[in-house]
Design a protein around this ligand. Structure first.
Ligand SMILES: NC(=O)c1ccc[n+]([C@@H]2O[C@H](COP(=O)([O-])OP(=O)(O)OC[C@H]3O[C@@H](n4cnc5c(N)ncnc54)[C@H](OP(=O)(O)O)[C@@H]3O)[C@@H](O)[C@H]2O)c1
Length: 220
């Protein structure tokens, strides 16, 4: 099988870096999407990946990065922000959350899926959260839960429009020890990354349009 090319957004630290590292170990040609290209290049070098400058809250940055990269086989929409404001009192937090966790992933999917469809192969992993699940009350703080619920909805709806060989799934990493999750969290970044790596490397008969934690389907 030919080497698959993967783009991991927010690949410079936390769960994104663990996903990127795991995909390198699985033989993929991995590109880290990073906001700070200098430090990103050195982080990428350490794990035998490369880096591209990518701020997912900027349409220009996304278009530039995709232009530089060309086609990819695997897209991991991992970049995320956890705001602190109250939902209806903090429009800026809402804007940023939607921009990083919904509009950015949407535009990347818009730009990168045509070549996946042409090549009859694609894997898209949307790193979401149980806090975005309606079954759990969309319980994330402020706009975070709303944005993850929208990312989940984007996963379901886009899976319907894509052919079965271009798979798009959402996943929840659990509570993970990162800058976002804090040091008290129960899981290592590697444990949090496992399901995303599995979804990024799904076999032809694997699922699409699902929501997973610990490689098991969970409720939306
Ligand atoms: N940790 C948890 O317990 C947990 C639980 C459920 C879901 N998640 C999800 O897992 C994903 C990764 O989270 P994490 O815990 O690894 O968080 P993290 O350590 O805070 O890392 C967040 C990553 O997102 C990047 N990022 C933020 N805004 C960006 C932007 N505008 N453009 C590009 N990159 C941007 C950051 O880049 P910079 O270094 O440039 O800031 C960083 O690489 C997120 O989607 C998060 O919602 C985490």
């Amino acid at each position: 099988m030919n080497k698959k090319r993967a783009l991991v957004t927010g690949g410079n630290r936390g769960i994104g870096l663990a996903i990127a590292h795991g995909l390198v170990d699985k033989g993929c040609d991995v590109v880290l999407g990073v906001r700070d290209l200098n430090s990103g290049k050195s982080i990428a070098h350490d794990i035998k990946a490369t880096a591209v400058e990518l701020d997912v809250s900027s349409r220009d940055s996304i278009r530039r990065a995709v232009g530089e990269l060309g086609p990819v086989d695997i897209l991991v929409n991992n970049a995320g922000v956890l705001g602190s404001g109250r939902l209806l009192d903090d429009p800026q937090d809402f804007e940023t959350s939607m921009s990083v966790m919904v509009h950015g992933p949407y535009l990347l999917m818009h730009l990168l899926t045509p070549s996946m469809v042409r090549n009859s192969y694609g894997r898209i992993v949307n790193v979401s959260s149980g806090w975005g699940a309606f079954s759990d009350g969309v319980s994330g703080p402020a706009a975070y839960g709303v944005a993850k619920a929208a990312l989940n909805a984007l996963t379901v709806a886009s899976a319907r429009t894509l052919p079965g060989n271009v798979k798009v799934n959402a996943m929840c990493p659990g509570w993970v020890r990162t800058r976002m999750g804090g040091s008290a969290a129960s899981r290592s970044p590697e444990e949090g990354a496992d399901t995303a790596i599995w979804l990024a490397k799904l076999e032809e008969n694997g699922p699409t349009g699902g929501f997973f934690r610990d490689r098991k389907q969970i409720d939306w």
